[in-house]
Design a protein around this ligand. Structure first.
Ligand code: NDP
Ligand code: HSE
Length: 434
């Protein structure tokens, strides 16, 4: 039975994502109404620049006063696609206070203030949905929050930033340098004018915090996520990775400790074997590998950014929230009952690829091996070769370790730097996915 009175939607932001949300709401209005059981009406669009021409949007709907739009008394759902912390945070809170459920794509805000926003939604009996905040179009938040709610997720490893995956893929496949690959990503519209959030790993860290909270039913704040960007990854690193049968990806890795008593969340570049499913994720695509106790290994793959793919996720949430509204229920809220602490990076256990420039003389290898042993880091393989730049009396030494705590590796590297025979530590990269 179709309800005739429409559900009214306030669109907060009408940029890359918002303009696509508005377009799909208009062009698919009949299908959306049939799926929800009531028509949905775009009742107002809040923006910063009211005079900008916005194709397909009735100019009468445009306002610069988002607060007044939320307070006018007839809005059922607000879609927040402004981004950033303020005014998005205040507007979402205002929506809840006015009995309005919220769909948001704002990973930065959710990673920083997710707990408070969930509490505000609960206090007012409203929904907060955010599928689009992690990995764009890929259904991931809802499968982890709902489909896997009966299972136990132990590990999540994923490529959750399209811009950096595009850059690393170009460096690997064409031999392009970092800057050249970044310029191409910018020209194709993947990277922002200021790409810092992407290349320094902040965007991926925000997504990692959100996913870790859902996966482990605990609170993980953005500050709990260890973060390293990918600006230091070099052509030499790719050459080394290739020799090991690996490639390099910027990974978000979330793990439950073996004793189940803590979790870790980190974002950094890492070598992964070419045989790993994540190695074949090309261009600006995202993919997330979830390991659950009963389900085993699951892989979620697809476009992680862009107006239309992200709008798909927003619209899916809109349908869910509207259905809840008609049924007078709310969907699942925050699940943080395990209260597991988040361990530091030093406690993470993984493998490492270390590239050293050393003096090419007797005893150096033994000295280096002893330093690893003294810090409890076991060596898997060692490869020595003359420096490719032909520097005399120097060699390049590549050490790959067995699994060891990150703190032990840091101690090893610190000690190596102090050796007279070690001229420099060219790169340190974690090796994952085995
Ligand atoms: P844009 O910068 O393209 O759009 C932002 C919109 O917000 C613009 O319409 C802008 O108005 C409006 N706006 C800014 N400040 C205000 C304000 N004070 N009051 C009202 N409106 C305001 O961002 P995106 O569409 O790219 O991103 C939106 C959200 O979606 C972000 O949280 C982002 O992280 C997330 N997201 C984006 C993805 C993408 O691929 N772009 C992918 C996944 C998530 P005006 O048009 O007048 O400038
Ligand atoms: N800048 C982000 C990316 C957008 O490149 O993945 C999607 O969150």
């Amino acid at each position: 039975m179709m309800r005739t009175r429409p559900l009214k939607v306030a669109l907060l932001g009408c940029g890359v994502v918002g303009s696509e949300v508005a377009r799909i709401m208009t062009t698919h209005a009949d299908d959306l109404a049939a799926r929800i059981g009531a028509p949905v009406e775009l009742a107002g669009v809040a923006v910063r620049r009211p005079s900008k021409v916005r194709e397909g949007i009735d100019p009468a709907l445009i306002t610069t006063d988002a607060t007044a739009l939320l307070k006018r008394g007839d809005i059922d759902v607000a879609i927040e696609v402004i981004g950033g912390i303020e005014p998005a945070r205040t507007l979402i809170t205002t929506a809840f206070e006015n009995g309005i459920s919220v769909v948001s794509a704002n990973k930065a805000l959710l990673a920083q203030d997710g707990a408070a926003l969930h509490a505000a939604a609960d206090a007012h009996g409203r929904d907060l949905y955010y599928e689009a905040a992690v990995a764009g179009a890929i259904p991931l938040v809802r499968p982890m929050r709902e489909s896997l709610a009966g299972d136990k997720i132990n590990r999540v490893m994923g490529i959750v930033n399209g811009t950096t995956n595009f850059i690393l893929d170009k460096m690997d496949s064409t031999g392009a340098g970092y800057q050249e690959a970044l310029d191409e990503a910018t020209a194709l519209g993947y990277a922002e004018a200021d790409p810092t959030a992407d290349v320094e790993g902040y965007d991926a860290a925000a997504k990692a915090a959100i996913l870790a909270g859902i996966a482990f039913h605990t609170r993980v704040h953005l500050d709990d996520v260890y973060r390293e960007g990918m600006t230091e990854v070099s052509a030499a690193d790719f050459a080394s990775a290739k020799r090991m049968g690996c490639t390099i990806k910027l990974l978000a890795i979330l793990e439950r400790a073996a004793d189940g008593q803590s979790v870790t969340a980190r974002v950094h570049p890492a070598m992964i074997p070419l045989s790993h499913p994540l190695a074949s994720v090309r261009e600006a695509y995202n993919a997330v590998f979830v390991e659950a106790e009963a389900a085993g290994r699951l892989m979620f793959y697809g476009p992680g950014a862009g107006g239309s793919p992200t709008a798909s996720a927003v619209l899916g949430d809109l349908v869910a929230v509207c259905r809840n509204k008609l049924a007078e229920v709310t969907g699942p809220g925050e699940s943080a009952y395990t209260r597991l602490p988040v361990s530091t990076m030093g406690e993470v256990v993984t493998r490492y690829h270390i590239s050293l420039d050393v003096a090419d003389k007797p005893g150096v290898l033994a000295q280096v091996a002893t330093t690893f042993a003294e810090h409890g880091v076991s060596i898997d393989t060692v490869r020595q070769q003359g420096r490719p730049d032909g520097v005399g009396n120097e060699a390049s030494l590549v050490v790959v370790t067995h699994r060891a705590p990150d703190a032990a590796l840091s101690g090893t590297v610190e000690a190596l730097r102090k050796l007279d025979t070690v001229r420099g530590v060219a790169s340190i990269m974690r090796v994952e996915g085995e």
